[in-house]
Design a protein around this ligand. Structure first.
Ligand SMILES: Nc1ncnc2c1ncn2[C@@H]1O[C@H](COP(=O)(O)OP(=O)(O)OP(=O)(O)O)[C@@H](O)[C@H]1O
Length: 228
């Protein structure tokens, strides 16, 4: 499903972000990526979405090498990847419904299909009664649920979450990862970056630890994992 083969990336300023990284994530897995600041976690995600291209190595998503795809194929690649960020990134002047619908409007889905899909996904994240609210009227946890709904409404192969609970309190953070588990149970692969060791233990999923751009460990589950 996702494969990094000997991937290295050095930014123009000389920062070594990834150094000969190889890893494989199977369809349907839930993987947690950890590592100190600057370890290369975000770069890993940016390689998947073709925001960054490596200096060497290949990155496969569903057997397609995304480092070598044509520019015209990038939107199609990004539709296979639902992305959630720490800071939610909702459009402030659009309602909850409109924020999610937007992801379908850009692919020119029919209005009747949009309505059905948005209502379905709002129910899945437990926000049916907030459809007409603006993001500013929601709590942080609710805003992140909207962002998750937007990320999965196109039924991506992979849900990528970069520190999705960084702005949330501990209980709300658990609710969000429970939602990810629910989505994973439907068959969507989930890859989540977190600094929160309580969540790593709570989730008890496969942990990939990066350090200085290299894979330091990739053979433990959350409950067994110790940062050092
Ligand atoms: N656009 C960029 N230009 C130059 N250097 C960069 C760029 N993006 C990241 N880096 C550098 O590459 C290294 C890896 O960065 P990356 O953002 O992937 O790490 P991270 O593990 O996600 O860190 P954090 O937890 O702080 O988000 C760091 O040394 C960082 O300073």
């Amino acid at each position: 499903m996702i494969e990094f083969k000997n991937v290295s990336k050095v930014y123009e300023n000389g920062s070594i972000a990834l150094d000969d990284v190889s890893l494989f994530i199977d369809k349907g897995e839930f993987v947690v990526v950890v590592g100190h600041s600057g370890a290369g976690k975000s770069t890993l995600f940016k390689l998947l979405t073709h925001e960054v291209v490596p200096d060497s190595g290949s990155v496969l998503v569903n057997d397609v090498d995304v480092t070598r795809i044509k520019t015209s194929k990038i939107p199609m690649l990004r539709r296979k990847l639902g992305v959630v960020f720490q800071d939610f990134r909702l459009l402030p002047n659009k309602t909850v419904f409109e924020n999610i619908a937007f992801a379908l409007e850009v692919i020119e889905e029919k209005p009747s299909v949009i309505k059905e899909k948005v209502e379905h996904v709002l129910e899945l994240v437990g926000l049916e009664d907030k459809a007409n609210d603006l993001p500013e009227d929601l709590s942080g946890g609710e805003q992140q649920r909207v962002a998750v709904a937007r990320a999965i409404v196109n039924r991506p192969l992979v849900l990528i979450a970069d520190e999705p609970t960084g702005n949330l309190d501990p209980n709300t953070s658990k609710d969000i990862v429970d939602l990810f588990k629910h989505i994973n149970n439907f068959g969507t692969t989930v890859v989540m970056v977190t600094h929160n060791m309580d969540l790593v233990t709570y989730l008890n999923k496969r942990v990939i630890q990066l350090e200085g751009g290299r894979v330091k460990s990739d053979n433990l589950r959350g409950a067994e994992f110790n940062e050092d």
